[in-house]
Design a protein around this ligand. Structure first.
Ligand SMILES: Cc1cc2nc3c(=O)[nH]c(=O)nc-3n(C[C@H](O)[C@H](O)[C@H](O)COP(=O)(O)OP(=O)(O)OC[C@H]3O[C@@H](n4cnc5c(N)ncnc54)[C@H](O)[C@@H]3O)c2cc1C
Length: 372
């Protein structure tokens, strides 16, 4: 252990919430040598998307970072940083037992002249990020697949998909290596320890245990507002639900060999999954219950669904909740008071943004250590 890691090992940090935000934060901090607990009531449960335990397990894992329309601002910086960090992290995470591939590229098809004009702009401004307008042959191919004369689209060579289930399995395995201690419990209360001369936080668990820590990082999605209320911090998050449908389609219409990692059309992601199966998702619905109308709307693609989708069989479907900050841009990355940080409110792009947000938390703690 080097000097800095040995010093960091004296600092106790608990990360609350074991979705992608919490797991990547715990991994990043563990790598830096801090003494980290990761607390989640489901942290040792089976990871799957048959019955997703959290928003992360329900996600499709699409990373649309390079094709983001802006070229400056916080949202751009987080995306840009994350795309770079994911590349580095995947090399670092690679293990002989578990492998994860970043499937590329991503194709986005325009649904209106206005959308196409914006794609032309993006392709001009983002050439060095691997964005290229589709040529005539490709447009004809996708017009035949979607049975509609399409105006145009672009290919983003370095965007694509990370399978969230494989990613979670790999990260959880790697937590062992960086000595993150997993605690399978529910945090019911957080308290500032006012009896202590040094800064100190108490975490009260459902099992009646109490843990004292130097730092707390809250990554508990919608539950964040409840945990912070007793500390007098008002964070407002609303529940937005997303649905995914797995379709079994007839083989002869699918041309899977030409299918990229992700096709995005009409704001729907299409992901070829296995043999003649495809994932279709995800909707954005207020609330926490799946709405049949939203599912139907996605399936019939505003009455433009091609025959192969109309004839397909739904083989599986699932839903998941995303926490959207009210009146603030997502995600919420804040130091609320010394030693109390949040990495939450990951609404649409939690998988994409996870590494840059984990790094942000790490840098705040590092800065804070210099000033203590
Ligand atoms: C259908 C769908 C498709 C999506 N597709 C994509 C995509 O393609 N690309 C992408 O980047 N994003 C996608 N997203 C968004 C992404 O899934 C989320 O942004 C991300 O998973 C949020 O992660 P999180 O860690 O903040 O929250 P979650 O994954 O919800 O994790 C929060 C965790 O906190 C724990 N917790 C809560 N309360 C407590 C407590 N009191 N004590 C301890 N633990 C607690 C919970 O058990 C849970 O495990 C999708 C989301 C959905 C629903």
């Amino acid at each position: 252990m080097n000097n800095q890691k040995a010093k960091n090992n004296q600092i106790k940090i608990s990360v609350i919430g074991g979705g992608i935000a919490g797991i990547t934060t715990a991994f990043y901090l563990g790598e830096k040598g801090y003494k980290v607990n990761l607390i989640d009531p489901k942290i040792k449960s089976k990871i799957n998307n048959l019955t997703p335990q959290n928003g992360t397990q329900a996600a499709l894992g699409v990373l649309m970072g390079n094709s983001y329309k802006r070229s400056k601002g916080r949202a751009f910086s987080l995306r840009n940083k994350s795309m770079k960090l994911w590349k580095e992290w995947l090399i670092q995470l690679d293990s002989s037992e578990l492998k994860i591939k970043f499937d590329k590229p991503l194709i986005k098809l325009a649904n209106s002249e206005k959308e196409y004009q914006s794609m032309i702009e993006i392709s001009k401004n983002k050439k060095e990020h691997g964005i290229e307008l589709l040529d005539k042959n490709s447009i004809e191919f996708w017009s035949s697949i979607f049975e509609k004369k399409l105006i145009g689209g672009f290919i983003s060579h370095d965007d694509g998909r990370l399978n969230p289930i494989n990613l979670l399995k790999l990260l959880i395995e790697r937590l062992e290596k960086v000595k993150v201690n997993k605690i399978e419990d529910n945090v019911i209360k957080i308290k500032k320890n006012i009896n202590s001369f040094t800064r100190n936080w108490e975490i009260h668990l459902e099992s009646n245990q109490c843990i004292c820590q130097d730092y707390i990082v809250i990554c508990s999605g919608l539950n964040t507002q409840k945990l912070l209320k007793t500390l007098g911090h008002s964070i407002f998050l609303e529940s937005i639900l997303g649905q995914v449908i797995e379709l079994e389609v007839k083989n002869e219409v699918s041309h899977w060999y030409k299918w990229p990692a992700v096709v995005n059309y009409q704001s729907i992601n299409f992901i070829h999954h296995k043999s003649n199966h495809i994932f279709m998702g995800a909707t954005l619905e207020r609330g926490n219950k799946a709405n049949l109308l939203c599912k139907e709307k996605m399936l019939n693609m505003n009455n433009t669904a091609p025959s192969w989708i109309k004839q397909a069989r739904i083989s599986h479907e699932w839903q998941g909740i995303r926490a959207r900050p009210v009146n603030e841009p997502a995600p919420l990355l804040k130091e609320l008071e010394p030693g109390l940080l949040i990495n939450t409110g990951h609404y649409r792009n939690g998988i994409l943004l996870a590494p840059s947000c984990a790094e942000w938390i790490g840098l705040q703690i590092e800065k804070d250590q210099f000033t203590i």
